[in-house]
Design a binder for this molecule. Structure first.
Ligand code: F6R
Length: 237
């Protein structure tokens, strides 16, 4: 694990974007695993700038997102497809057909999960996976549990996550209670993982995840076993 300590959110975002851009420049056909949430917004802003300045070309890149709320249309303002299009995908020169988010409106959830795992496999796996971390240690929507779940699956979001995500909705009741998420296998098989976290409210969980026991009770702790984990954070951990 390599921890890059930065001054603040802006520096974290700039460094993360530079690593992603370098990866795409080294391999224009890169498969990027992407996250949503507040944390990567600055990273995506920097990537849009780099692309507009001609410093990175996304035309041959494939993106595979970690997760999607179950039951939300891709056009719903709180869906993760909407988020990705708004913050990154429609602002860079990527072919939208090569951008993937689980289908939150799938009627056959099992089939959708299998489709997503096959999609990741057919893409040759993920070259660089960007991750944020939840207050309960979730990555993607892999919530604390008794075991690590390998494949894409449907999860019931716990109270901590619903409360944290309710800030984006008009009311807590509107937050979907379930989500589809990539499993631990695809994340751990990514060639490189880039974990970003900022805000004092993430300090304790970051310490637990990176230096505590590896346990499905803190899903992000599995990242300690990843062969190429880069952590960029302004937090004193
Ligand atoms: C969302 C995702 C989640 C978030 C986590 C932190 O695609 O992967 O694991 O990274 O919930 O969210 P923020 O960044 O909003 O604190």
């Amino acid at each position: 694990m390599r921890i890059v300590k930065v001054k603040n959110y802006e520096e974290m975002s700039r460094k993360a974007a530079n690593i992603i851009a370098a990866q795409v420049n080294l391999n224009p056909q890169t498969v990027l695993g992407l996250a949503t949430g507040s944390t990567p917004i600055g990273t995506y802003e920097r990537l849009v700038e780099l692309c507009n300045n001609g410093d990175v070309d996304f035309s041959q890149v494939t993106t595979i997102n970690l997760d999607e709320y179950y039951g939300l249309e891709p056009t719903h303002e709180q869906s993760y497809r909407y988020f990705m299009n708004k913050h990154l995908l429609t602002k860079i020169n990527i072919n939208l057909a090569n951008t993937h988010v689980p289908n939150g409106k799938a009627t056959d959830i099992e089939a959708e999960c299998r489709r997503y795992d096959e999609l990741i496999e057919n893409a040759g796996g993920i070259d660089l996976q960007l991750l944020g971390i939840g207050h309960d240690g979730h990555i993607g929507f892999n919530e604390p549990s008794d075991e690590f779940v390998m494949g894409t699956h449907c999860v019931t979001l716990n109270e901590i996550t619903i409360n944290a995500n309710s800030r984006f909705f008009n009311s807590r009741d509107e937050v979907p209670k379930q989500a589809l998420t990539m499993g631990i296998k695809a994340i751990m098989q990514a060639s490189r993982v880039l974990l970003i976290a900022s805000g004092d409210d993430k300090k304790e969980i970051m310490k637990k995840a990176l230096f505590g026991p590896v346990t499905p009770a803190v899903p992000a702790s599995i990242l300690q076993l990843h062969r190429d984990l880069i952590v960029i954070t302004p937090l004193d951990i």
